[in-house]
Ligand binder design. Structure first.
Ligand code: MN
Length: 202
């Protein structure tokens, strides 16, 4: 997978590849503002504050997640998780679906795209508390869905993360309140399948 390197000893807040209102109604500009500009910024700042003296200075973020512990691991994991999450969206599209080798791998692993979507939303909806639903590839390119609690990332299981849904309440509460499954279902319109396919081909 692509590596994220620190610049002058610090990880940067990722720039959003779309306008703040571009993901409405799945994610409002207000939610995006808090989620990216406050929550993610805090994780990045806390990670940067923990780097000096940790022995992990200069390593890519993906390796920091494999080597850090405790609070530093939580902040590194949440930085990586959110970079992948915010990087995978685009303006809403009708009939939004993957194509090519990724679409074939989804059919092979889950039976059909619709069956995959159902299984993925179920993974997110049934995750107790805070965490993330993930689609990842194993070493042979086979696709798997996992539920990861809190700040965990599939790289910790040796998997390559491709697509994720954040089910921490801060991801949807302003827009959807308690209706987590409705928020997750709305996210299908804004998935940038080209980005997900690039992650699969990397
Ligand atoms: Mn989040």
């Amino acid at each position: 997978m692509k590596q994220t390197l620190p610049v002058d000893g610090k990880f940067e807040l990722m720039a959003l590849p779309y306008a703040p209102e571009a993901l409405t109604p799945a994610i409002s500009a207000e939610t995006l503002g808090f989620h990216h500009g406050k929550h993610l910024l805090t994780y990045v700042n806390n990670l940067n504050a923990a780097l000096p003296g940790s022995g992990l200075e200069g390593l890519p973020l993906e390796e920091v997640v494999l080597k850090a512990q405790g609070g530093m691991l939580n902040n590194a994991g949440q930085t990586l998780n959110h970079n992948l999450y915010f990087g995978q969206f685009t303006a809403p599209k009708a009939d939004n679906a993957p194509s090519g080798r990724l679409a074939s791998a989804i059919d092979e692993a889950f039976g059909s795209f619709d069956a995959f979507k159902e299984a993925f939303v179920k993974a997110g909806a049934t995750l107790f508390g805070s965490g993330w639903a993930w689609l990842s590839a194993d070493a042979e390119g086979k696709l798997v869905i996992t539920q990861e609690p809190n700040a965990a990332n599939p790289v910790q299981r040796g998997l390559r993360p491709l697509l994720t849904m954040d089910v921490w309440e801060h991801a949807y509460y302003l827009d959807y309140q308690n209706r987590r499954p409705d928020h997750l279902a709305a996210l299908w319109q804004i998935i940038d399948w080209d980005v997900v396919a690039e992650r699969y081909e990397d």
